[in-house]
Design a binder for this molecule. Structure first.
Ligand SMILES: NC(=O)c1ccc[n+]([C@@H]2O[C@H](COP(=O)([O-])OP(=O)(O)OC[C@H]3O[C@@H](n4cnc5c(N)ncnc54)[C@H](OP(=O)(O)O)[C@@H]3O)[C@@H](O)[C@H]2O)c1
Length: 239
């Protein structure tokens, strides 16, 4: 069996990944999110608020048998308070760092500890963003969480190479996707976010990608060795 652990499995990109993976009878999925939207015999839901670190710390990866592949997809994320530094609510800073960066880091740490001795394909896919590689005003916290995820992935890759632990780690920018996150971005004030108009136009012009299309692209990175050459990658490489 192939086992997938997917955070943010209830909607948007995470839900599209779950729906696509469930089409293959060899896939079993653990979804981690606050709400549940999938019911399936090969889907187990863990109700967890990933911005609350005590809940993250209490999540235990299960002992698995008969494993061909295990994949952790750190997908849950929020853009957070789109505001200038000085105007951001401090609790929003804490919640956004917890959800976007600290929770994935703890999950990676526990995933590697639990499964390092398993003899199977072992992968971590961190859903990053172009915003972690290019600064966007008003998105200070979001950009820095994604940059942190990119760097953590690169350092983990160094360790994997040195220690020969046979994990594969990618930090993958998924492009612009037509999800609730984009609706939230469009609700920001232009005084807090100078490129608001550009994001409104993405929606109006039909530039936002259907999450099912993006999920298919992400699974190509999971399954095609030729796409796994660099830790920092983007669906835009697929052309
Ligand atoms: N949309 C884009 O254009 C875009 C672009 C670049 C990168 N990304 C990245 O892609 C990933 C998915 O984003 P999306 O657009 O699919 O967002 P979305 O539609 O808003 O979905 C976010 C998912 O994260 C979960 N989540 C949010 N807060 C949570 C919490 N505190 N605890 C547990 N789960 C939580 C939500 O589930 P519950 O509400 O049920 O908890 C939901 O399943 C994110 O990492 C995002 O940064 C998106």
């Amino acid at each position: 069996m192939n086992y997938y652990f997917i955070t943010g499995s209830s909607k948007g990109l995470g839900k599209a990944l779950v729906d696509l993976l469930l089409k293959n009878e060899s896939n079993f999925i653990y979804g981690l999110s606050r709400t549940r939207s999938v019911k399936h015999e090969r889907f187990v839901h863990a109700a967890i608020d990933l911005s609350k670190l005590d809940e993250v710390l209490s999540f235990q990866f299960p002992t698995l048998a008969d494993v061909d592949k295990i994949v952790l997809i750190n997908n849950a994320g929020v853009v957070g308070d789109v505001k200038r530094v000085g105007d951001i609510e401090n609790q929003q800073i804490i919640d956004c760092y917890n959800l976007n960066l600290i929770a994935p880091t703890i999950l990676m740490n526990n995933f590697v500890a639990k499964y390092k001795s398993l003899d199977c394909t072992k992968m971590i896919i961190n859903i990053s963003s172009g915003a972690g590689r290019n600064p966007i005003d008003g998105w200070n916290v979001y950009c820095s969480t994604k940059a942190g995820l990119d760097m953590f992935s690169q350092v983990l890759n160094e360790e994997i190479n040195i220690d020969n632990t046979s994990f594969k780690v990618l930090s993958l920018a998924p492009g612009i996707i037509d999800t609730d996150m984009q609706s939230q971005i469009r609700e920001a004030k232009s005084s807090d976010f100078s490129t608001l108009e550009k994001f409104i136009k993405f929606k109006e012009q039909g530039d936002l990608i259907d999450p099912n299309v993006t999920a298919t692209q992400i699974l190509r990175f999971v399954n095609e060795k030729e796409l796994q050459g660099k830790v920092l990658c983007s669906v835009r490489e697929l052309g």
